[in-house]
Write a protein that binds this ligand. Sequence first.
Ligand code: MV4
Length: 504
Amino acid sequence: MIFNKVLIANRGEIAVRVIRACRELGIQTVAVYSEADRQALHVRYADEAYLLGPAPSRESYLRGDRIIEIAQKSGAWAIHPGYGFLAERADFAQACLEAGLAFIGPKPSAISAMGDKAVARATVSAAGVPVVPGTEGEGGLRDEDLLELGPKIGFPLLIKATAGGGGKGMREVHDPQEMPALIHAARREAEAAFGDGNVYLEKLVEGARHIEFQVLGDLHGNVIHLGERECSLQRRHQKLLEESPSPFVGDDEDLRQRMGSVAVRAARAVDYANAGTIEFLVDKDKNFYFLEMNTRLQVEHPVTEMVTGVDIVKEQIRIARGRQMRYTQEDLRLNGWAIECRINAEDPYNNFLPSTGHITHCLIPTGPGVRVDTGVYPGFEISPYYDSLISKLIVWGETRAEAILRMRRALEEYKIVGVRTNIPFHQNLMDSHRFMGGQFDTRFVEERFSMDAAEDKDPQPQIAAIIATLVAHRQTQRAAHIIQRNERDTSNWKWISRWERMQR
Ligand code: MV4
């Protein structure tokens, strides 16, 4: 088999990311693009590029048949699906294999088992993985079954779509009386979104955090985890910021080790190979429950790369080639701290309304510990056809405090002219006491965070501690040359002087 050409069935920053990994491995790259993406960066970076069709995804990036045809014609050995689009379509992965192409991802059977949330729950639970108490078995529950099981599980509970993901077809039930209407609403929403109205029940875990583990498996039965990512900062099921390690797990190595081995166990339950992510809900008392598995490379994979030193995309390709992974669990250490801000073309001052238009200017932050994965450049047009992710700004620091200070600095350097972006949102977030103290759950952005006023200012001990760390860090960095400070730079000092006053 010739391994020297890969087709990337995606666009934007992730297509660029995969092309970069191929380049480093000496692999030729084939891009595909829609009519809206003629000028896109991934098209420019690839060795060859082929037009798929009109802008709408259904007519371009979701045309699995055309993509397979192009892969065969161009002599590609494999297809990398990136995330979104065809990445978690078992039928597409199967069609690749039948066309004699490698699919850089897991087996179709693992994609389908994890794609149905009720099947996933039953499968990992049978393997000894903790799941939230709820309905058992592989679904197919009728309304009568659900109404009978509800009170046994107890309220409040959640109705979830088996085909779910992204919170669609999900309903909270606080009062048994509401069950029939909410089952109906959840089924209707799931039917509309996924063409599958099946639902199941779980006890509602309140005030939980969303912590996920990166896993990697090869075709020789080795499965390892690469530590966790904290993903609780999201809005309407869209993640906005991710970090690794999780400040909630922190230096609790025992918790990390237990969650990590459960993640590996969940992956093994479906004979998993390639890169995947096990999502957990973690409650205040550090009880953790399997939520779902994402059978793809994720948007936030770079924070894991920064703290482990593993190039996950290169590892994916190596695994698809049938090689052993380069790492064993014992080889891996989490070094320092990484934070990723998703930079979206949306207006944080106007309910995060998507913003479109030509990018006229771009100044991208660089320097120590800064990585920017982007799919745009000056002259590129942000169209309404795809998601609003412009780029990912990732920083690394020796400590969480250094990472936060670095993120502040990088956000201030970042200039994008032509569309509105959520950079001001991230700047406000960096100033939030709760963010600094690592005291947030999945409701934080929607319920407690506002763009105009910083939230409560109680000097809680953990917050004081992190500000103290920020101060200590800043003091060690006080170099001989004081350069002129701009506004944002001054704001670091503002926090520090506030803390210093608090100490008097
Ligand atoms: C939950 C939960 C609380 N309890 N399940 C949201 C999307 C879907 N993937 C699962 N989700 C949740 N499931 C139980 N039993 C809370 C959420 C949830 C959530 C989970 C992860 C990240 C953000 C979230 C935001 C709201 C609700």
